[in-house]
Design a binder for this molecule. Structure first.
Ligand code: FAD
Length: 358
């Protein structure tokens, strides 16, 4: 992974930290290896910030082309930035503009500038559910990696959390604060924004079930509020029409820190037993259809281990895609389409892609 390699070349201690915490797979693995400790320290701090400085060391030539309508934001915009280092599958082409606003007011200004110039926009979370095509994205990819987008605080039985925070950090924070209701989501990689967008969840429930309200930013750059009901969460879907989830308020239940930590650890062990181990470049292939498990349908239809080029479905956990060196997004899409058709022929069940395709 490009970011990892670049970070490794430097020897300052901070880069060792960045080396591990830039890499989403290692980051999640390490974080949860020290799960109880993390819960404790996060609770002690009372606040978490995400300090990924991805891309600053990518070595792209600055000012090689004009930023046009985004020239006022030159310090936070890079052109033709490859997106592959930002996705778990580590595949995909560049984005025309890669923008990392420093705070909400700058984000609003960026969105208004893009909207005013007709530049299409997309929001990047942790890249754990993203497949970027080789052609990339001819628009602005906005990344909420600044610490300003990762703050969280608890007020009585609620937590207000910015969308750029890692879901794992939110869970650790809530457990440390003695607030239960998120522990079953442990081990789901990515950000709070990505989890809300796709209503991430497990057999125990979805994140949408504990959302009281959310603050959103429209495509025109207006900040609006929505209740949990208005977001109409259903299985792996939210009805989000707006461009950006800025933050969400979670309604949780009081509990003992010790008991919640145990619950979280138990869910973590369970989760780890159901997915490939962290060094792999992995992604969830299909959404579980109503009344079925995608993994079982794939197994029954003989698609566990199915491959296309350097991409395969795991033999052990068939609903996970694994990418090896040389994998392309075309291979991923070809494999997913072939498998979807095969499962429909053999079982009559139509599978939906879990990955968001850019
Ligand atoms: C090993 C592994 C295990 C997984 N296990 C599970 C699981 O058990 N359950 C589950 O549900 N998923 C699972 N996933 C999928 C993935 O972790 C979730 O979909 C996760 O919520 C994606 O979050 P992200 O921040 O990485 O989003 P990204 O992949 O970056 O983005 C996904 C979508 O969300 C949108 N988005 C992100 N942030 C925002 C924002 N702030 N505002 C508006 N839109 C936004 C993006 O534009 C994109 O369309 C797993 C993935 C992996 C690799």
């Amino acid at each position: 992974m490009a970011v990892t390699k670049l970070a490794k070349n430097k020897v300052r201690p901070i880069d060792w930290y960045e080396y591990y915490f830039h890499d989403p797979i290692r980051s999640e693995g390490l974080f949860w290896a020290f799960c109880p400790l993390a819960s404790f320290s996060v609770a002690q701090q009372g606040m978490v910030s995400r300090t990924r400085k991805t891309g600053q060391k990518m070595g792209l030539e600055k000012g090689s082309t004009s930023l046009g309508p985004l020239s006022a934001f030159s310090s936070i915009v890079r052109e033709n930035q490859p997106l592959s280092p930002f996705t778990w599958l580590q595949i995909g082409g560049p984005t025309r503009y890669f923008i990392e606003p420093n705070d909400e007011s700058q984000l609003v200004a960026v969105v208004q500038a893009c909207a005013g110039s007709g530049i299409p926009m997309r929001i990047l979370g942790g890249g754990a559910n993203l497949l970027v095509r080789e052609a990339g994205f001819d628009g602005a990819t906005i990344s909420l990696t600044s610490p300003a987008f990762s703050q969280m605080k608890h007020v009585e039985n609620t937590i207000v959390c910015n969308a750029g925070a890692k879901l794992s950090h939110l869970i650790a924070f809530s457990v440390g604060a003695g607030l239960g209701g998120l522990e079953h989501l442990v081990g789901i990689p990515g950000t709070v924004g990505g989890a809300l967008y796709g209503n991430a969840g497990t057999d125990e429930g979805d994140i949408g079930q504990v959302v009281l309200s959310a603050k959103l930013l429209t495509k025109e750059g207006r900040v609006v509020e929505a209740t949990g009901q208005q977001l109409a969460f259903s299985h792996r879907v939210s009805s989000l029409d707006e461009l950006v989830i800025l933050d969400a308020t979670f309604q949780l239940e009081r509990g003992e820190v010790r008991g919640l930590t145990k619950r979280e650890q138990t869910f973590w062990i369970l989760k780890r037993s159901k997915q490939p181990s962290f060094p792999e470049r992995a992604a969830v292939a299909f959404v579980d259809p109503d009344g079925y498990k995608a993994a079982e349908l794939l197994q029954q239809s003989g698609f566990n281990g199915a491959s296309e080029g350097a991409v395969r479905l795991s033999s052990t956990y068939p609903n996970f895609l694994i990418a090896a060196a040389g994998a392309t997004s075309t291979q991923v899409l070809t494999l997913l389409e072939r498998v979807r058709e095969g499962v429909a022929d053999r079982t009559g069940v139509q599978l939906q892609f879990h990955l968001q395709i850019w």
